[in-house]
Design a protein around this ligand. Structure first.
Ligand SMILES: [Zn+2]
Length: 952
């Protein structure tokens, strides 16, 4: 699954209303009790399902189905336990037969749990014999379409003025049980035969397998029958259904992308949008070819469909043979889709392709190991996109994602990658930043400390050894260890020992490295767990692979480890030959290790000098590392802020996007905590100075042959300039919007649309807002709609802002529920006044917002946006008021997000107490009107003066 907006690690973010415990004495169940309550007993196992579904999009009340399940008893028992959810099954419709006596019905009674165990228990009138095949026959049941898009559900879209319907599904992780009674755990695999009966008006009906050549099932009057071939052995969560009138392009058609891949490859989308499917058709096939080469394992299903549906809770879902996407995650309209969205489409297609191996061929033993699916999908969505479009520099960009997940992984309460889960809400909660970005980052570290070819060979073995089976991390380590043992490379510990701590402990370390004597060759490395709240302590330690570069030989290419820091002791010292001659040194080449590094201040000062003199001597990923580490270590009280600022001052010369991508979140944080400070204008002056040469160079207009990442770079620079008051930037943005309003045929470069629209709305013009709102109403393109939704929150016109926020709770709003949270997130992020307005709106209307934004991540996304923006005592009081007003209705995920908000406000207040003075004095010394910028080179001053002159 690919979640467009990931659950944060705060979030067991699912709509589970917290109700008071019904018994007077309530003690939390133990892990064993929870396992016993939720995990299916392995006393019977299914081998084959024959599922018949009657799906009519024009009857949104319910659907019907029937299923035969062939099972094998593994013990002598008269009990069968499986799952069923939101379903009506009557006793008269349940039969159980031994295959040896197919006319003797053994059924006696059944129960269907009404709680979240979803257990469906059948009792027989006699015991079954071990390994004697039996068949459970549910002749008829009534199922219910999911309203939150988890399960089988009805979706609508308009085209040509009429409303069309379709039925689709999202069964991961625990919703196959909503489609038909089944053993709904990933490790309980079987073969599935599917038949769908649906109205003849819906011509495009698909499932995991192609249509069966020879019919087996009876007709149902008034319905068209769609029979599909039997699947390979697979998990329930990977089944998928589509009843629609979508259209397609495929690799049998006469397009430039014919037969790029040996398997039938189709992209389905709404009729008349097939031109937007061409990117997916090309990229998807090429990517499958690369993945087959890498894994040395051929994709085994006879077809691979990709379908874009208008309403989809996740971003995309890797159902075997029928991958379903939200439109914005699959379709690309050249000239309309932004570079960032197009890159996301490529990345998401690759993510789902990777799952065809990591997930579908080899699935997790349980959702405790969600990271085995999502961590590999996260790593390879970058690594294997790079194989098709190396110019996108996905593995360079990876470092920014790694730095981003450090933020979520730096709290004491964070869950480790392997984390036992039992309830459906807990299981859904594992689809979070730890299972995706952290696990992807740890897997990248493993690739480098094992070396890339050992890593690849180990994965080839892992897939081959565990095909159509369920795996645990131990199976992964065994295959990688085997490859390592067969290679020339070695590491000083068993892989199992190394990975155990990275996988079973939350968080990550910070290494503090100091030279033991000023002219010596040795360093002392101390490791502690890095925690944002620096008053907290932890004894967790890791096996940390390290390597280094000295100023005397700045070669950053070999990323294999030169030494390891073991967990046994808090500190270790060792010699680095040549260190005494080096003016600076850097640990963790290309930031392949998942940890931060702090140095003695002498080294930080030397690094700042090196960067300011000739930054290109240092690898660009390490430049990004130094920026990110310096600002976060300063924020954490481990390094004086003046060093972080001295490091950052080199950025005025930085022409690569990646280090700026690392700096931008640091600036956003400072922007938030300094926004009410008396020195805020000096901070703005600092940012405008740093960006001045780039603002001039990048401008608003894209050059013909510019690099793929340049639009991201331009956006950072323009956003900093327009947001912090560069009058030239604001004027140009408003001119662009005016010109576009006057002549809408002359389309704006999509990459700067959000910025131009946003800046145009900051002036408060109601006409500009209305123009964009009308454009939103007229748009049929999901990526254009997304740009507009993100921009419209920038309006400073109070009346329009209120109108916009009301779209979240309006019964008649044209904004889809899955998109509504974007409105409030966009307003919250637009600036201090807008944040206040959004906060007041949410406090007043939360009870109405909650049911009208998409269930999985809607409200938590809104609350998490507040967590990043609220900073003061006054905010804390408002959050108390919010909590008191709505405390009866919060879900577990929302409560977790509210704790996150409180924690962050406290942290901001502490930050101000501890750091405001030093930051303000550095800004005053360097950017105060009376003093010359001591640490900024005279060239920068000259440029900034010139820019200032040109601007006025
Ligand atoms: Zn996934």
């Amino acid at each position: 699954m690919y979640l467009l907006a990931l659950l944060t690690v705060f979030g067991v973010a699912f709509a589970v209303p917290l109700t008071a415990p019904s018994t007077e004495v309530f003690s939390a169940p133990t892990e064993e009790e929870r396992a016993a309550a939720y995990v299916l007993p392995r006393d019977t196992i299914p081998t084959f399902y024959d599922v018949r579904l009657t799906l009519n999009p024009d009857n949104e009340e319910y659907f019907t189905g029937a299923v035969d399940i062939r099972i094998l008893p593994l013990i002598v028992t008269n009990q069968i336990t499986l799952h069923a959810m939101a379903m009506n099954i009557s006793a008269a419709d349940i039969e159980v037969y031994a295959e040896s006596a197919p006319t003797v019905n053994l059924f006696q009674s059944h129960t269907l749990a009404t709680n979240d165990t979803h257990l469906f228990r059948i009792t027989l009138n006699r015991n079954m014999t071990v390994l004697q095949p039996h068949t459970i026959r549910i002749k008829h049941y009534v199922g219910h379409y999911a309203e939150n898009m988890f399960g089988v559900y009805v979706s609508t879209y308009t085209s040509g003025g009429t409303t069309h319907k379709l039925i689709t599904s999202q069964l991961q992780p625990t919703f196959a049980r909503r489609a038909f009674p089944c053993y709904d755990e990933p490790a309980i695999k079987a073969i599935f035969r599917t038949t769908i009966y649906s109205p003849p008006a819906y011509g495009v009906v698909r499932s995991n397998m192609p249509v069966r050549a020879q019919s087996l099932k009876p007709e149902i009057p008034g319905y068209a029958k769609h029979e599909f071939d039997d699947t390979l052995v697979m998990s329930t969560y990977l089944l998928a259904y589509l009843v629609s009138n979508l259209d397609y392009v495929d690799n049998a058609m006469d397009t430039p992308f014919k037969d790029l891949y040996r398997v039938s490859f189709r992209v389905y989308s709404r009729p008349d949008t097939q031109n937007t499917a061409m990117f997916a058709l090309e990229f998807g096939q090429k990517n499958m070819v690369e993945l087959e080469k890498y894994t040395e394992f051929e994709y085994e299903f006879p077809k691979l469909d990709k379908a874009a549906v208008p309403d989809f809770a996740a971003g995309a879902m890797e159902n075997w043979g029928l991958v379903i996407y939200r439109e914005v995650a699959l379709l690309v309209t050249e000239g309309v889709t932004t570079t960032a969205t197009k890159q996301n489409v490529g990345r998401i297609i690759c993510h789902e392709n990777v799952h065809q191996w990591f997930g579908n061929e080899v699935g997790p033993l349980s959702w405790t190991y969600t990271w085995l699916n999502e961590g590999f999908a996260n790593f390879f969505e970058n690594f294997a996109t790079d194989m098709v479009v190396p110019e996108w520099r996905m593995m360079d960009q990876f470092v920014l994602a790694l730095q981003n997940v450090f933020q979520s992984d730096a709290v004491l309460s964070v869950n480790p990658m392997t984390h036992p889960v039992y309830t459906p809400a807990e299981i859904l909660g594992t689809f979070n930043a730890v299972a995706y970005q952290k696990s992807g980052s740890v897997i990248r570290m493993m690739q480098h400390f094992l070396t890339p070819e050992v890593f690849r060979k180990g994965l080839v073995t892992y897939i081959r050894n565990n095909t159509r089976d369920a795996a645990s991390p131990l199976d992964l380590y065994a295959s990688l260890q085997e490859a390592l043992d067969a290679s020339d490379h070695s590491i000083p510990y068993p892989l199992l020992d190394v990975m155990d701590r990275w996988v079973n402990q939350g968080g990550f370390p910070v290494l503090t490295v100091t030279r033991s004597a000023s002219a010596g060759q040795s360093i002392v490395v101390e490791q502690v767990r890095y925690l944002t709240d620096n008053t907290l302590r932890s004894n967790d330690r890791w096996h940390v692979p390290i390597n280094w570069v000295l100023s005397t030989n700045p070669d950053f290419s070999d990323t294999s480890p030169q030494n390891w820091i073991p967990p046994a002791f808090p500190a270790r010292s060792f010699d680095i030959p040549g260190l005494s001659n080096a003016s600076w040194y850097i640990i963790n080449k290309q930031q392949t290790g998942y940890y931060r590094v702090n140095y003695d201040t002498r080294n930080w000062a030397a690094l700042a000098t090196a960067l300011n003199n000739s930054h290109e001597v240092i690898h660009l990923l390490n430049r990004a590392q130094l920026i990110d580490d310096a600002f976060n270590l300063a924020r954490n009280g481990r390094l004086g802020y003046e060093y972080a600022f001295r490091i950052s001052s080199y950025l005025v010369k930085e022409k690569d996007y990646i280090p700026w991508g690392a700096a931008n979140p640091a600036f956003t944080y400072l922007d938030t905590v300094l926004s009410s400070s008396s020195q805020y204008n000096l901070f703005q002056h600092y940012l405008l100075n740093l960006t001045a040469p780039l603002y001039k160079e990048l401008g608003f207009d894209a050059a013909d042959e510019e690099e793929h990442v340049t639009p991201y770079f331009r956006n950072i620079i323009l956003d900093l300039n327009c947001r912090h008051g560069n009058p030239d930037c604001i004027t140009k943005a408003q001119e662009k919007l005016e010109a576009f309003r006057t002549n809408p045929e002359q389309r704006l470069n999509p990459d700067i649309q959000t910025l131009v629209y946003c800046s145009g709305l900051r002036g408060g013009s109601a006409e500009n807002f209305n123009f964009l709102w009308d454009m939103y109403l007229a748009s049929q393109d999901s990526s254009e709609q997304s740009i507009l939704l993100n921009a419209m929150g920038c309006t400073s016109n109070e009346e329009r802002r209120t109108f916009y926020m009301n779209q979240v709770i309006s019964e008649t709003s044209p904004v889809r529920e899955q998109d509504r949270h974007t409105i409030l997130v966009s307003v919250t992020n637009a600036g201090p006044n807008s944040t206040e307005a959004a906060l007041d709106f949410v406090i007043k209307n939360f009870a109405e917002i909650q049911p009208r934004v998409q269930g999985l991540t809607g409200t938590t996304n809104i609350l998490n946006a507040f967590a990043r923006r609220l900073t003061s005592e006054a905010h804390y009081k408002k959050i108390d008021e919010f909590f008191d007003l709505h405390q009866g209705i919060f879900t577990a995920g929302e409560l977790a997000s509210i704790s996150g908000i409180r924690e962050n406000i406290q942290a901001s207040i502490t930050w101000s107490k501890q750091n405001a003075d030093v930051v303000e004095s550095w800004l005053t010394d360097n950017y105060g009107s009376s003093s010359a910028p001591a640490l900024v080179s005279s060239l920068i001053v000259l440029i900034s003066i010139m820019v200032t002159i040109f601007n006025y």
